[in-house]
Write a protein that binds this ligand. Structure first.
Ligand code: 1HN
Length: 347
């Protein structure tokens, strides 16, 4: 053992570590060590979720969810270092009991038209492709008003690992199983660009971002604009009260990807959860190509170039990441590498 090694060992007992032993791990030249690229097929996950529906009641489970855990982050309930994803099943007549917590959530509805979520007393219908927001510390319970066979499934996106990192988790059970829902109307005003003037707004006032409207508007936009070479025609879900990201910890996007191979590659520091809603294709990332279809979930690691190749027709993709938090902290970076323009061979 060298003199320096003996020194390192001697200070350890007193709770000290020489920085020179750690410096290279602490201040890396580039991001490394986060999420791995991974793909979950919806059909496979759905079969397991349906079986869970037979085995455990929603009362027993609190929420009947299968977590999409990144294989590079075992035991952490995380899909990326900072974010969580799960698939939740609510069967007709069930109520996922009301509670509130400091973690915030986005829900992307994948199956069924009969679910609802009551958020702070407002009952919000959940249809395919809709995005429903649960701001931090808001009471929420979910149910399904459908006929006996009408199961509903959605993707839950939460900032659980971020809240755990700051050790700021608080949670309370509502005194009864579900909230009384009362017509509210505030979100409807915000949806058409009006704000109720005598009511302070604590958090994102928009409860739901309906898919049909969002897709129609994105298609109209696409008809008049050139797409980003990798990310296609993309729009961000925003909180209209700030003009900023949908939540303070998470950003979410809706993208229309044109058919064919992307015209370059893209990377950013926010590991991204990518959920095709319509269409199919493949994504090449970190030397692996994943074939995907509607309602699959793909995680794209931080700072790893990727490109998509979309099958005939266009694809519509929902995605979310911690870009909101990284941007607020001054950390976020992105890079697009466009393929070289085709060279005229002159032959
Ligand atoms: C939660 O409240 C829901 O409200 C879903 O549906 C998943 C995972 C961890 C903690 C709270 C929900 C959750 C969750």
């Amino acid at each position: 053992m060298s003199t320096l090694d003996r020194f390192s060992a001697s200070v350890a007992d007193d709770g000290l570590v020489p920085l020179w032993d750690r410096f290279k791990d602490l201040v890396r030249p580039e991001p490394a060590g986060g999420a791995a690229a991974h793909h979950w097929r919806y059909d496979t996950a759905r079969e397991h979720l349906k079986l869970a529906g037979e085995l455990i009641s929603v009362e027993q489970a609190e929420r009947r969810v299968l977590i999409l855990e990144n294989p590079a982050l075992p035991g952490t309930s995380s899909i990326t270092r900072t974010l969580y994803a799960g698939l939740q099943l609510v069967r007709p007549g069930e109520i996922a009991p009301a509670h509130r917590h400091t973690q915030s959530a986005l829900r992307l509805i994948l199956e069924g038209e009969s679910a609802y979520s009551t958020v702070e007393g407002e009952k919000i219908g959940m249809g395919f492709g809709d995005v429903v927001v649960t701001p931090p510390w808001s009471w929420h319970d979910h149910g399904n008003d459908g006929a006996p066979a009408e199961d509903t499934v959605w993707l839950d996106a939460l900032d659980i690992p971020t809240v755990a990192f700051y050790d700021t988790s608080f949670m309370e059970q509502f005194p009864s199983r579900n909230q009384e829902s009362e017509p509210d109307g505030r979100a409807g005003l915000w949806a058409v660009g009006l704000k109720p003037t005598d009511r302070p707004q604590r958090s994102n006032p928009v409860a739901t971002y309906p898919y049909a409207d969002a897709l129609k508007r994105l298609e109209q936009f696409a008809a008049h604009h050139v797409p980003h070479p990798v990310r296609g025609w993309e729009a961000e879900y925003i909180d209209p009260s700030t003009g900023g990201p949908i939540l303070k910890t998470m950003s979410a996007f809706l993208s229309l990807l044109p058919a064919g191979p992307g015209k370059g590659s893209y990377r950013s520091t926010d590991a991204t959860v990518f959920v095709p809603i319509e269409g199919s294709g493949s994504t090449t990332v970190g030397g692996t190509t994943f074939d995907w279809g509607p309602r699959d979930v793909l995680v794209l690691p931080a700072w790893t170039p990727y490109r998509h190749n979309v099958d005939d027709g266009a694809a519509v993709v929902f995605s979310y990441s911690d870009r909101a938090a990284q941007t607020a902290l001054g950390l976020w970076r992105e890079a697009t590498t466009a393929d070289a323009a085709p060279i005229d061979s002159g032959a």
